[in-house]
Write a protein that binds this ligand. Sequence first.
Ligand SMILES: NC(=O)c1ccc[n+]([C@@H]2O[C@H](COP(=O)([O-])OP(=O)(O)OC[C@H]3O[C@@H](n4cnc5c(N)ncnc54)[C@H](O)[C@@H]3O)[C@@H](O)[C@H]2O)c1
Length: 304
Amino acid sequence: MKILVTGGAGYKGTVLTRKLLDRGYDVTLLDNFMYGYEPVMHLATNNNLKIIKHDIRNGIPEIGKYDVIFHLAGISGFPACASNPHSAQLINVEATRRIAEDLAPGQMLINASTTSLYGKSGAPCDEETPVDPVSTYALTKYAAEGILHEKPNVVSLRFATVFGFSTRMRMDLMINDFVYKAVKEKVIVLFDSFAKRTFIHVEDAADCYLFAMGHFDSMRGGIYNAGGNSLNFSKDEIASKIRQKTDFSVINSELKDKDLRHFIVNFDKIERLGFKPVKTVEDGIDELIRIYGFYEYYSHYKTI
Ligand SMILES: NC(=O)c1ccc[n+]([C@@H]2O[C@H](COP(=O)([O-])OP(=O)(O)OC[C@H]3O[C@@H](n4cnc5c(N)ncnc54)[C@H](O)[C@@H]3O)[C@@H](O)[C@H]2O)c1
């Protein structure tokens, strides 16, 4: 099988690509490398990996030759989309439209969607719950999902907020950010500490993509929340879990968070098929504390 990972140099893409190569697949990693090349250098000498520097706004070269396409490339997350709304529309929506147009019936496409679509109601959400996208990020990801599902050979995974170590670290993700602040600054400022979110470790997220590829026939055409029922927590609860591992203070701000997300997500649909995350939030906090012992984050994000 020939496999393409768009956004393969990203936070999730590097972990997914590593797992695909470990299983002996022939993988093409396509990315515009807006976060640099370092995240993929540990994979680059593998003979089964082809790396293409390319911008998906120009379509995907020879898209028809791939049996499986994992579509991860995009402007990912609330802060990046809020500061680049035009790029978010062109990349998350218009470039995805072109991929959908070029997709042949025999191919499998697995789409990186998001639980951010569920918005701010605070209510439990399953895949039948009407969505409520409250950010540019969520709006563009919802539009992309709709465009892709005009084709029958697509599966969308609405991922929980990912945490844990990747060679392309994302420091805007809540648990990664909170642990960094707890370790480095010894203080976390909480906005809307009641707000509930749902989480998944990056290794489990990559395994979920592999699960969708392995179960494509039964999942074909479907939309699945990707995470675990035991991984819904408020910001306050996450801060308490971190405090069990390291000492820091919490300031509860009276200001509202600009990121309005607040929801509980139900993952029964994918669990019934057999997928359940293995790693806990505590596993991720332990791992991040170890890494942040020597790691200094500096942003080399380029406006595109
Ligand atoms: N990390 C999460 O918590 C999370 C949760 C739900 C969904 N997702 C989705 O999963 C996907 C991957 O997320 P991530 O956390 O790995 O983000 P990321 O930003 O680390 O990865 C995205 C990758 O896409 C690449 N890219 C961006 N624009 C491109 C373009 N025009 N052409 C080619 N490559 C381009 C970037 O260089 C980057 O390597 C995204 O689609 C995101 O919306 C992520």
